[in-house]
Ligand binder design. Structure first.
Ligand code: AMO
Length: 429
């Protein structure tokens, strides 16, 4: 007999079913026992009216043969009258680290992360990763339809891409190497190599000394790079299109998961674009909030989002025209306004989820800029040399997958949107 998944029971025409899963709940009334069986797709009630040899325990894996019965009082209106039950995955614990069948897990996030294989058994927590899976799926579908090619670039590299000291070092056969902060150089090089439009879904590593609700030391970066653009506004249009495509896709594929988290996604997202300088002025005037030079801080991001929501009814806002001093050496300077770049950030519900911009595509200009930034062009020769052979005007952006997931679901901590987080204190599980 073939296994039936819980989600198929109601629709299936068979009256006898074979189910497999975990014991989610046991309610022993003496003569009769109700068990909730949980599999990947849902939870169903089992009714046992005789004693079984093995002592049943929460979270054991079982295999059940039974008959379908409609019962209005059962969750989902259907239950299984059990003919036979077999334990196929024993449980060896004395006490579970925390209960997972309650309305809410009563354990700190750190404990839940310590026991990730237990906490993820809760459908609501696993739903986060179904959403995440569909974000990457939508990213792929959207971009491939627009002639983007998916690439996979090395994560062990020889030089910094984003500047700063936030690099993990690796001993690479007695040479110093680094873990990639982003696929920045390679995605640009592949545009020049003739792919024109590329994307990558891959890990990025940041040795940041920030143990906060929004920082990870290893995260998944959704990277895009597009050749033959006019300017950075082409990129913002592309990203706005993605957000709309994504929300439609999630509504289609994850309605149950969104409902579990009480989330309703908007229909038509139109994202306002405001230059950084104006935003800083606005924050000062409206909220008496001073910003750091050439940027806004975390509190500023929250205040700005509140203002944008009230004024433009949007959860998103693009900040444009960041100063040269705050962007990496590959960023294209603005030709009209001295001292600023053709770059942008995307803020979503009070958090930066994207950085992007047009890049310098002219070899001489890039070489000069590397020197201007106090760097040595020889250290970047593999990257710089690829600009000698005809590089189209291009640009791109990167979205932090966990940050996007967290904000879609209104989660409080980025670790909740990370399957197995790596932060300053956590290297396990
Ligand atoms: P940036 O460094 O701003 O830009 O990173 C892009 C996006 O990646 C996410 N992100 C992080 N998420 C979690 N923890 C972190 N420590 C972390 N650091 C970054 C954020 C951020 O907006 N090469 C450029 C992108 C480009 O221009 O194409 C870059 O990496 O969501």
């Amino acid at each position: 007999m073939e296994r039936t998944y819980v989600c198929e029971v109601k629709e299936s025409t068979d009256t006898s079913v074979l189910l497999r899963g975990w014991i989610h709940k046991i309610h022993d009334l003496g003569k009769i026992t109700f068990i909730q069986l949980r599999d990947k797709t849902g939870i169903i009630q089992l009714v046992l009216d005789k004693k079984f040899e093995e002592r049943l325990k929460l979270e054991m894996c079982i295999e059940v043969l039974g008959e379908k019965a409609f019962n209005e009082k059962a969750p989902g209106g259907i239950e299984i009258l059990v003919n036979s039950i077999q334990v196929i995955g024993k449980a060896y614990y004395d006490n579970l680290p925390f209960e997972i069948n309650n309305y809410k897990i009563k354990a700190a996030l750190e404990t839940q992360l310590d026991y990730r294989t237990i906490s993820l058994r809760r459908p609501k927590l696993r739903a986060v990763f179904k959403i995440q899976e569909e974000i990457t799926e939508a990213f792929r579908l959207y971009l491939r339809e627009k002639r983007f090619s998916e690439i996979h670039t090395p994560k062990i590299i020889s030089s910094s891409t984003e500047g700063g000291s936030e690099m993990f070092t690796v001993n690479y056969f007695n040479r110093r190497a680094f873990l990639a902060q982003s696929p920045q150089f390679y995605k640009q090089m592949m545009v020049g190599a003739g792919f024109e439009r590329v994307f990558e879904i891959g890990h990025a590593y940041r040795a940041e000394l920030h143990n906060t609700w929004r920082h990870l030391n290893e995260y998944v970066s959704l990277d895009v790079e597009m050749g033959f653009i006019k300017d950075e506004f082409d990129l913002m249009t592309l990203e706005e299109g993605f957000i709309n495509f994504l929300f439609k896709h999630l509504k289609k594929t994850c309605s149950e998961e969104l409902q579990m988290h009480n989330i309703e996604l908007p229909d038509n997202v139109e994202i306002p674009k405001i230059p950084l300088g104006e935003v800083q002025k606005l924050l000062l005037e409206k909220f008496n909030k001073k910003s750091p030079v050439g940027n806004i801080d975390a509190e500023g991001e929250v205040l700005l989002s509140k203002y944008i929501k009230e004024t433009y009814h949007s959860d998103f806002v693009f900040l444009t025209k960041y100063p040269v001093s705050k962007r990496p050496m590959y960023t294209m300077p603005d030709s009209e306004i001295e001292g600023v770049t053709k770059s942008f950030d995307l803020i979503y519900k009070g958090l930066e989820i994207t950085t992007g911009g047009q890049r310098i595509h002219d070899y001489e200009m890039l070489k000069e800029n590397i020197i201007k930034f106090g760097l040595n062009p020889d250290d970047f020769s593999f990257y710089l040399d690829s600009f000698k052979y005809g590089m189209p005007p291009h640009g791109g952006f990167a979205i932090g997958l966990e940050r996007l997931t967290m904000k879609i679901l209104d989660l409080e901590n980025i670790r909740e949107a990370t399957l197995l987080p790596r932060d300053m204190k956590r290297l396990e599980p």
